[in-house]
Design a binder for this molecule. Sequence first.
Ligand code: RIB
Length: 312
Amino acid sequence: MTVTVVGSIHVDFYIKVDRFPLVGETIMGRGFHISPGGKGANQAVGCGKLGEKTFIVGRIGEDFSEYILNNFRNAGVKTDFVKIDVEHNTGVAFVILNTVTGQNMIIIDPGADYWITQKDVDDALEAILDSQVILLQLEIPIKINLYVAQLAYSKGKTVILNPAPAADLPQEIFRYINIITPNRVEASQLTGIEVRDLDTAIKAGRKLIEKGVAYSIITLGSHGSILVTPDKSLYYPSFKVDVVDTTGAGDAFNAGLTVALSQGYSIEEAVKWGNACAALKITRIGAQSGLPNKHELEEFMEKHKDYRVKSL
Ligand code: RIB
């Protein structure tokens, strides 16, 4: 089966610290490295590593083009619809990773991400038509996401929107989304309901369904996630693991969810795959190098076969 990810492609500049600096303060780092990133790219690599036929649609600059294209190819991601934009730099992210807590702070300059056009999407129609699932995030212009969602939905595809980073969305996009996957902050911003516990997460999930999506999944970090459907809510506790780096945990979740759906699993089962991929990712450093492959995911799921979902 096939999936297409339309979205951002970055180079991540990681600096490790043992605490975050205060405003105006200079502190010493504990190591630096460069690695491929961007929510769109991470999610595509996540799907590719799980063995799914995966297309990425997006823009990069000339500056890091070989590095990025090789990285996609190594993960089995098809790059036919990545355009090289000679006028703009590749999107970059500065990731400050707190090695004590595994938490991060990220600043992005979107560069070429922001110059993706409707024509780029039309040129990738073949990939979209070949796919069961289309996966979107919010690091490219919202009007392009709306265009893709409308197009893919009209062709009967399952459209997943991971609304990250948090942004306001036009009302009309919701009806073209089958599944929305906000975290706590994004769900609060999209619904006006402050998500602080399971009850408020369910309320926010229902509000997103009222807005037009078929299913909402609110991810709650170390507290797991909640699936809200028109007739029920299910709670998925998190897997207990040692946290090393939370960067890209949401991307890992969306990749696992997408691949499971593309392979015909139910949404109830697919959320488990998402949770498991996120758990594996946070035990390792790097938004992409930490993503699990198919074998690691299967092994992890086997080890946790007693995992239980709770009805709320
Ligand atoms: O979700 C993690 C990603 O967010 C990083 O790879 C960074 O590039 C930013 O887009």
